[in-house]
Write a protein that binds this ligand. Structure first.
Ligand code: 13P
Length: 253
């Protein structure tokens, strides 16, 4: 594993100010697990408040617009989330691809603007069950990554990949550790070929999809798994911290 295991909570469209107490609890507890890098991506409306609470954990956004300020009602761009306190942005999540028709080309433009605004990027990829059953998961995911990354050449600590099979998101169903290891190894090979081994080694590959305290240690001990992107189980400090504890018990932590 390149660095400390990275455990990121994606709160999705959940959270009002009442959730700040969870963020505070996560932050305070994370100080006991310094071998694990912990972060949360609350909705836009809470980024600044969580940032102000956070002493230890990283705070990020779940998306951003690809362009500069301008006439785009309802949109928020990379420099605006950075100004609110975000240090990273999740891009290309399957829910954005599905709900908002986001293409690899658009995601590539978002990556560029996020990096320009000084943000780190967590780039998501993942296949549908139909694609997996048809035997095309690996080709699909690698194509998704190649197109989303475009000509991006320099990952130096700025890039994280999250492999999230769509059929494992919010379903309670996780991929087998064999499937996860196979996909993560294929992604690593692509990163090695694209960036060279040294730069690739700085890019962590997270797994996401129904990660919870009960399965975290096994998943996080899988080869090439550098952490987890957690949805549902990140909404309470108790379950999210259970995953952080699991990460602190991995061999690399
Ligand atoms: P769940 O952990 O709820 O399956 O969500 C995973 C996810 O989509 C994180 O981005």
């Amino acid at each position: 594993m390149a660095e400390r295991p990275y455990i990121v909570g994606n709160w999705k469209m959940n959270g009002t100010r009442a959730m700040l107490s969870e963020a505070r609890a996560i932050d305070r507890a994370a100080q006991r697990y310094m071998k694990v890098e912990v972060a949360v991506a609350p909705p836009y409306t809470l980024i600044h408040a969580v940032h102000k609470e956070a002493e230890q954990i990283g705070v990020g956004a779940q998306d951003c617009h690809s362009g500069p300020e301008g006439a785009h009602t309802g949109d928020i761009n990379a420099s605006m989330v950075a100004d609110a306190g975000a240090k990273f942005v999740i891009l290309g999540h399957s829910e954005r691809r599905q709900d908002h028709g986001e293409t690899n080309e658009l995601i590539n433009a978002k990556i560029e603007s996020a990096l320009e605004a000084g943000l780190r990027v967590i780039l998501c990829c993942g296949e549908t069950l139909e694609t997996r059953d048809a035997g095309g998961a690996e080709t699909f995911v690698l194509d998704q990554l190649k197109s989303s990354l475009g000509a991006f050449q320099d990952p130096a600590e700025r890039l994280t990949i999250a492999y999230e099979p769509i059929w494992a998101i919010g379903t309670g169903r996780t991929a087998t550790t064999e499937d996860i290891a196979a996909m993560h190894t294929a992604i690593r090979k692509l990163l090695d070929e694209t960036f060279g081994e040294e730069a690739s080694s700085m890019v962590r590959i997270l797994y996401g999809g129904s990660v919870k305290p009960e399965n975290a240690t096994e998943i996080l001990n899988t080869p090439e798994v550098g952490g987890a992107l957690v949805g549902g189980a990140s909404l309470s400090a108790e379950s999210f911290l259970g995953i952080v504890v699991g990460a602190s018990e991995t061999e690399e932590a």
